[in-house]
Design a protein around this ligand. Structure first.
Ligand code: B1M
Length: 213
């Protein structure tokens, strides 16, 4: 079996020893970090999500898979982030209130740091007011929000509305992302950008930071 398929398979099994070892082997074999991420780790997690949806896997299995994914990401982290890049500005990120999913948000953070942004990561389950307060206190130009549950998506609109009410929307831009979102949803709630994946998130944040006063 090819090594990327093995990574996906071990991730599905929640094997947090084999996944980082195989990620290391794939990198040593010269496979690009982005391919290891997309075709190994994320591909495996997509299968887990589908099996969970049809009750082929259960919550403890998903937790184990998430742990294996995090262990694999740790091996990739230094390759996706570059040290010593001059700061492009500060970005506040977090998973919105009620949402404990943070793997995608963590990837976005790794990639933003790699692109030279200072990232203030508020973690998961972050209330609208906490995003706005952090942007204000850290003088951040962009707020990045992640949601994986359809039930937590409305919190993103609360953040956009709060920025508007506090007359901050000209200065602090917003980007949203996460599996259940779409460009249309981002437009409907008045977010400044939508990122389909972590690579696109970085491109959009660069544009937002460049356009922000
Ligand atoms: Co949950 N879960 N989960 N889960 N879980 C989903 C999201 C689900 C789709 C599974 C399913 O039914 N098929 C479903 C949501 C259904 C819905 O809302 N319609 C679901 C559910 C129901 C639940 C619980 C309610 C289950 C329960 O308790 N009965 C519960 C809720 C807990 C809560 O949040 N309050 C729950 C719990 C969990 C775990 C804790 C076990 C675990 C999370 C562990 C963790 O994150 N530390 C978990 C996991 C792992 C998943 C799945 C399987 C995988 C998510 C993931 O990490 N994907 C997920 C199924 C799925 O999404 N296919 C599922 C990999 C990650 C790299 O992708 O986060 O999409 P993702 O990020 C992508 C892009 O979306 C984008 O970039 C990344 C790729 O480059 N992106 C951004 C993400 N954020 C961005 C921000 C940006 C830009 C791009 O700009 C700021």
């Amino acid at each position: 079996m090819d090594i990327l398929k093995q990574i996906a398979q071990r991730l599905e099994e929640g094997d947090d020893a084999a996944v980082p070892r195989l990620v290391g082997e794939a990198l040593e074999a010269g496979i690009a970090p982005k391919a290891v991420l997309d075709d190994g780790l994320i591909a495996g997690m997509n299968v887990v999500g589908e099996k969970f949806r049809v009750h082929d896997l259960f919550l403890p299995d998903v937790l184990l898979a998430a742990r294996a994914m995090t262990a694999g990401m740790e091996v990739l982290r230094p390759l996706l982030s570059r040290a010593g890049v001059p700061s492009r500005g500060r970005v506040v990120i977090g998973s919105v209130q009620g949402d404990l999913h943070d793997i995608g948000k963590n990837l976005v953070g790794i990639m933003l740091r790699g692109a030279g942004f200072e990232v203030i990561d508020l973690g998961n389950d972050v209330a609208a007011a906490a995003f706005v307060e952090a942007a204000r206190s850290h003088d951040a130009r962009v707020i990045g929000m992640s949601a994986l549950l359809t039930t937590t998506m409305p919190v993103m609109k609360e953040v956009v509305d709060l920025l508007q009410r506090e007359n901050l929307s000209g200065r602090v831009k917003t980007i949203v992302g996460g599996a259940p979102l779409s460009r249309e949803f981002a437009g409907e709630i008045g977010a400044d950008a939508y990122g389909y994946d972590c690579a696109q998130a970085v491109e959009k944040v660069k544009e937002l930071a460049a356009g922000s006063p």
